[in-house]
Design a binder for this molecule. Sequence first.
Ligand code: ZN
Length: 977
Amino acid sequence: MKRLTFYVVALHSLFLGIVIANAKTLAVEVGNQKRETASVSPSVSIPMSSPLPLSKVWVINNQKSQHQSFIWVQDTKKTGQQPFLLIAKDSEKPDKDKPEKPDEKPDSTSKPSKKDDLEDFNEVIKDTQKQQGLFTLYRNKDENKIYLEIKPEQLNKNFLATATLESGIGEAGIYSGMPLQDFLFYFQQVDKKLNFVVRNVNFRTREGDPQARSLARSFSDSVLYSIEIKSIHPQRKSILIDLSDLLLTDLAGLTSSLGLPGSADESYFGNAKVFPQNVEIESVMNFSGSSSDDEDEEDSDQTLGFISVPDSRGFTLRVHYSLSQLPNNNYQPRLADDRIGYFITAYQDLSNDERKEPFVRYINRWHLEKQDPNAPISPPKKPIVFWIDNAVPLEYRSAITEGVLMWNKAFEAAGFKDAIQVKQMPDNAKWEPADIRYNTIRWINTIDGYFAMGPSRVNPLTGEILNASILVDASFIRALKSEYRQIIQPNENERQTRTSLTAFMHNRLLCANGLEANKNQTKRKLFAKHLSKLAGEYDLCYGMEAANQFAFGSLAIRLLQPAPPSSEQVKNYIHQYLRLIIAHEVGHTLGLRHNFRGSTMLTPEQLNNTDITRNRGLVSSVMDYIPPNIAPQDQKQGDYFPQMVGPYDDWAIQYGYTQFPATTPVAEKPFLNKIAEKSDQPELTYATDEDMYDLDPTADAWDNSNNVLLYSRWQLENARIMWDRLNKRPPMDGDSYSDMREQFGTVLGNYFQNIYYATKYIGGQSFYRVHPSEKQQKLPFKAVPVEKQRQALALLQKYIFAEDAFNFSPDLLNKLAPSRWRHWGSSPRIGRLDYPIHDLVLFMQSLVLWDLLSGDRLSRLKDMEFKNKAENSLTLPELFDTLQNGIWTEVLKPEGKTITISSLRRGIQRQYVETLSEMVLRKQYVPEDARTLAWYKLKQLSEKLDNVRAEDEYTKAHLLETRDRIKKVLDAPLQGN
Ligand SMILES: [Zn+2]
């Protein structure tokens, strides 16, 4: 029987799937969402890099709409680059006449064959209002028509199109301000059609290379639309098209992502404005859940089941399009270096066969030029300006401003003064935040609690960042003011499939797998897939876990201090955190990737020394995911969050933005190398998203200090104090028992997180991105010292396996009542209401045990014995021995004549025997040596079991049954491989 013991109650759920799949039903189903469990093999795949499935885009061809398959191009090499569409099969390409080389002048086909078929130019634009700029627009508001005039010299020229969701529904990733789709495109005339073609920028060669022809044949640009030309101006020869053919047809691919057709009849234009370098147009799309012709339709459910819209069968979305010219400046791309974390624009250079490396990689960065090129420090000709959306509440504007301006310190290291500026969007502003000319910090509202991300728009040819926006979700701020929910959430699936600890924690800390769609779930999952990409690139998940971390910190302040914090203290705490979040997101918009070693600069003790933290910084990089710094009870609390960007940030900006006297990217290399060479300095070390799937205790999200083990032990001790005070102190103002349950869960979540960090020491090693050179002594891999591994094992014994590891007071457990509100947005749990303490503790213990004895970990340990001196290695026998002694202490070192084993301990002991038995019976893959050791350990244990006696029936039965089980396992016929 399936017990529904663990309902997932995280309303801001880490798993998009939960909200989507179950919003329309009661919470019963919630625990059952399936998740891919990351394999424990050494080559753990990075979920966010997995290719997105074929999605479909409407292609308008010959006035008929037809489906055409496209691939959302995505790979980690291009992290940070905007998504591009590639046509899935290019056999049926309609554009045989397209020029062989992208830059060729329009050929003869650009002349209209017969003018007579076209309408009269003046007739078409009759009764329209004309707006001139990059393109000329003619608008007839009454008829909902916009015509676009394209000059002949604009054909075959690159333009950038970006689509942004201007208004969302505040749920399931459909948020206002979400970037939807960017592409580099050109207009191409083919007879009486105008093709809207997306440029393939992934393969390039030098000008004049004959291979350009083969390139054009081999790698196709993608014709997204083929539009009927309305008219051609008799004198100007410019081309007129009906823009609704292009923009009211869901160019952004939103409908396919949602799996719903958006009917063009129900779409119309909102604002449309033209400027010299860009055109800003809004299209309003009405969605209805009526029908869908997805052939792989499995889902008979016609409604989307959103809970934030009054009737989810229909809703309206506004999509903002920007068509803009690529900047015509003297921007020089800058080559990337793998020791410094920038988002990258890469292409394959086919012009030189002798290069070892086919890829050319540019960092993404802004075009900054010194006003005075000779001054050591100069203001830029054009600073990077961020506008604070006029919807941002007044009380948060100063924190946001400070967070943005933090980066000016780093730019000074690169020779720029006041490189970044902040301006306030006026209340009566005539422009919209999605306008590509403005970098904005927008305020949005969602119900599922993602809160901040920093997407940017990049020229895919050069890596030049053209525009950036930061989204801050107001619900995050709401969460800051009340406690947020976090509980360890095992579900049936995780327990049955033995989810690896790493996968389990990454789901929670990074939501990497959690957003992965599941094949047999609904079409809305398509959108989740798109989201998972955004999550990887734009920090959707940061927001979710950041809210939890924040809640833990504010709870810690309340419970660990002798007196409740003043409102000033609370305000200050919020201010510090919001400022940090903004600094992190701004860092992304400057081109920087995560650096999960950012928190490893200081020792745990130094973290609370404000002389150090306010001069050198609390962290080496704000591009880490940084938890609130909480001091142990016997130390004075220092700063909770960093006040400044750190040395790594300064250095990275120096690499990306310092101006060099070099006129080509290659000529900059010696200058760049000089900067990058410093990467072996401890405060400049860098490890990013794809590095943290290894067992490296120095590179993880939300951990802290250069001695994570010690810092984590402090937090584990803090957690015990917090539980105690939660129970003993009178409830805080207005707190209900369900609040208390959430607070208990918040602490438990943090407790387990620190346990997880400790497990990374065992068999762990650090990976450094160093290059070989004469003066470089450091090697890429460095094992965790054996002493540290032993300490980690001792810590796990004390805080997770020991008899008194979870000594909760019965009173406290009986206070943990769930919320009983039932209405939209709040589903009360049904079934078991009290706290399932045994199952929860056993689940946590089992996760750790499985992971320590997983095939992957044991193989690593074996290899490390080979790669290091024996005395510097934690051997497999030592690991088995330590675990057996810790888990079976009562039997192996009995105190007195009879023994008693408590219920929590009986649970983990059974689990231990079960795990070893599976090794012996070859049900789990482990190295042969480990299997033999498991057999040996079980034999030893069974001998000891013969010698102990128990009085109480629980223990008696437990001992007898275990003895019997081990005997059966040892006697079982040997199963071959
Ligand atoms: Zn981030």
